[in-house]
Design a protein around this ligand. Structure first.
Ligand SMILES: *[C@@H]1O[C@H](CO)[C@@H](O)[C@H](O)[C@H]1NC(C)=O
Ligand SMILES: *[C@@H]1O[C@H](CO)[C@@H](O)[C@H](O)[C@H]1NC(C)=O
Ligand SMILES: *[C@@H]1O[C@H](CO)[C@@H](O)[C@H](O)[C@H]1NC(C)=O
Ligand SMILES: *[C@@H]1O[C@H](CO)[C@@H](O)[C@H](O)[C@H]1NC(C)=O
Ligand SMILES: *[C@@H]1O[C@H](CO)[C@@H](O)[C@H](O)[C@H]1NC(C)=O
Ligand SMILES: *[C@@H]1O[C@H](CO)[C@@H](O)[C@H](O)[C@H]1NC(C)=O
Ligand SMILES: *[C@@H]1O[C@H](CO)[C@@H](O)[C@H](O)[C@H]1NC(C)=O
Ligand SMILES: *[C@@H]1O[C@H](CO)[C@@H](O)[C@H](O)[C@H]1NC(C)=O
Length: 474
């Protein structure tokens, strides 16, 4: 009986621990749900005054990704809001802004009165996450807009001072907001009929003032941030990986480019015009054009890869097709064989750790390869060839950090004092860095817990019933 009592107590202990942690999770879960439902509610304004206590608790240690940004208003706390698109496609006036989540929306609103226009609050006192409130740095510009009348004349014409666009820049570091800059463009419109007004709202989170060194995450990549590539040798020249903007009938000679964003596959193309070329020239020209998109040799593994640290970059693998004819070259008299037509960029990603419960994704490898087609063409071809460009981000199962040999432990990457985030601490206490007690003791204690857990399961409800049923039969 005593033997059965001990596991019982332990199991209760375990159950309490599990309950506590799941409660903690459900609290954050609820908060996120709150935020979503706020986005959805047509008026968008919180219908209650948030209790000071609950918000202050979330801000201990500053903001985490996805937390709503908090403001102080007449001694009360509230969400910081900017008009945004709800999931049903309409814009709501005051949707909360989530930490580190950029957005850019264009809202088209039907207006019959000045009060229908979406507005922004430029007097908000933002809670930076670690102290006194910060005021917004506002820059205003006037413009004139032509509004499109879409409906009946109004009984009375009116003048409205409207915000045409508001671009918010949040300067942040770790879990703290350092500065909020707003650049707004206003216009004075005269409203005579029911009309449509287009307004733009953006939020951009930057880690510092120098826009040339924008990070795409810290440390892992954030979904929706540009994939970073490097060129040359240490220190690498940093840039974003660009592909063509998806276009319908665009010509390759005039096409624009767009950055590849982490977590988003892409397929785009353009039409390549060929005048008076033979097969070898055709292959060469097309390949040259496709390759001109990606001319760099490294890709950043993390959103914050250091340009001076080659261990945070991986080489891009190029698999180039041959420019000369291979295979049945006699057929080249009627058609050009193996002309490159699609450049495929495959990027392998994986979750490699977590910071404060948020999984961090890294790029493990990148490969540029080409697929070819046969093109009907005589010696001097005049044709238009569709060229395409695809980007696939392939997530592979979570990777464990590389095993560290003793001589490597002096390396800055593994130095927990010199890094914002120490990867070894993330897996603690499963790593050998857990020095609270000898490794074999940790293991033994773990095994004892597992044993008690199994005992509890066997002695618990369902098994008891099965055993009783069995005994009755016997
Ligand atoms: C929230 O508190 C403010 C300040 O006291 C007050 O003006 C406002 O009416 C309150 N809102 C609600 C919905 O209670
Ligand atoms: C914009 O217009 C408002 C109202 O007409 C005026 O007060 C303000 O000075 C103007 N700003 C600029 C930059 O022209
Ligand atoms: C808008 O323009 C009208 C006429 O041009 C003027 O009467 C009105 O005061 C202006 N309103 C604002 C807010 O600048
Ligand atoms: C950003 O740069 C501006 C102008 O150079 C400066 O006034 C501001 O203090 C800087 N902000 C931060 C957070 O460094
Ligand atoms: C990368 O370096 C190569 C060789 O030095 C150069 O041809 C290419 O233009 C560079 N690409 C970029 C994007 O700087
Ligand atoms: C980048 O790496 C270099 C060399 O390892 C180091 O001196 C530098 O401090 C690092 N920069 C940052 C921002 O970590
Ligand atoms: C292609 O166009 C060029 C110049 O427009 C012309 O000289 C050539 O004969 C054309 N080739 C064919 C196969 O039509
Ligand atoms: C690692 O660091 C320790 C203490 O700083 C030093 O004594 C040791 O020699 C270093 N080892 C290597 C391989 O650099």
């Amino acid at each position: 009986m005593a033997a059965a009592g001990a596991p019982g107590i332990l199991v209760i202990g375990l159950a309490v621990m599990t309950a506590a942690s799941s409660e903690a999770q459900s609290v954050t879960g609820e908060r996120r749900d709150d935020w979503r439902s706020l986005r959805l509610s047509p008026s968008g304004t919180p219908s209650f005054n948030l209790s000071f206590q609950s918000i202050v608790q979330t801000l201990i240690g500053g903001y985490k990704e996805g937390n709503p940004i908090i403001i102080t208003q007449n001694g009360f706390t509230d969400y910081f809001t900017i008009p945004q698109k709800s999931t049903i496609g309409t814009c709501v006036n005051s949707a909360p802004v989530a930490y580190l989540q950029d957005f850019s929306v264009t809202c088209v609103t039907d207006i019959t009165a000045c009060s229908d226009v979406l507005t922004v609050d430029l007097n908000a006192q933002v809670n930076p996450g670690n102290g006194g409130p910060i005021t917004l740095t506002v820059q205003t510009q006037n413009t004139s807009v032509d509004i499109v009348n879409t409906g009946a004349a109004l009984p009375q014409a009116m003048q409205c001072d409207v915000v045409v666009s508001a671009d918010y820049t949040f300067i942040w570091n770790a879990n703290v907001i350092k500065e909020v800059r707003v650049s707004i463009v206003t216009a004075n419109i005269s409203l005579t009929h029911q009309a449509k007004l287009s307004q733009r709202f953006t939020a951009t989170f930057l880690t510092n003032n120098i826009t040339s060194d924008v990070l795409s995450g810290n440390p892992g990549y954030q979904v929706g941030k540009p994939v970073i590539v490097g060129n040359g040798s240490v220190p690498f020249t940093k840039s974003t990986l660009n592909v063509w903007k998806p276009v319908g009938e665009g010509l390759c000679s005039t096409t624009a480019q767009t950055p590849v964003l982490f977590g988003q596959n892409l397929f785009s193309g353009c039409r390549f015009e060929v005048v008076n070329e033979n097969c070898a020239q055709l292959r060469e020209k097309v390949l040259q054009f496709l390759r001109s998109l990606v001319t760099v040799n490294y890709i950043a593994m993390r959103g914050n890869s250091n340009i001076s640290d080659p261990s945070e970059w991986v080489s891009i693998i190029y698999e180039l097709p041959s420019a000369t004819c291979t295979g049945n070259c006699a057929a080249e008299r009627v058609m050009c064989l193996k002309v490159p037509s699609n450049m495929n960029i495959e990027i392998i990603t994986a979750v490699t750790g977590a910071v404060e419960g948020i999984p961090q994704e890294e790029i493990l490898a990148a490969k540029v390869s080409f697929s070819t087609i046969n093109v009907e063409c005589m010696s001097a071809c005049n044709l238009t060839l569709p060229l395409t460009n695809s980007v696939q981000l392939i997530q592979v199962p979570a990777q464990s950090p590389p095993t560290i040999t003793r001589f490597k432990t002096n390396y800055t990457e593994y130095d927990c004092e010199k890094n914002d985030v120490c990867w070894q601490k993330l897996a603690y206490p499963f790593t050998k860095y857990y020095t609270g007690e000898p490794y074999h003791l940790t293991l033994a204690k773990g095994m004892i817990l597992v044993f008690f857990f199994i005992s509890a399961a066997v002695l618990g409800g369902p098994w008891n019933r099965i055993r009783k049923a069995w005994n009755r039969k016997v």
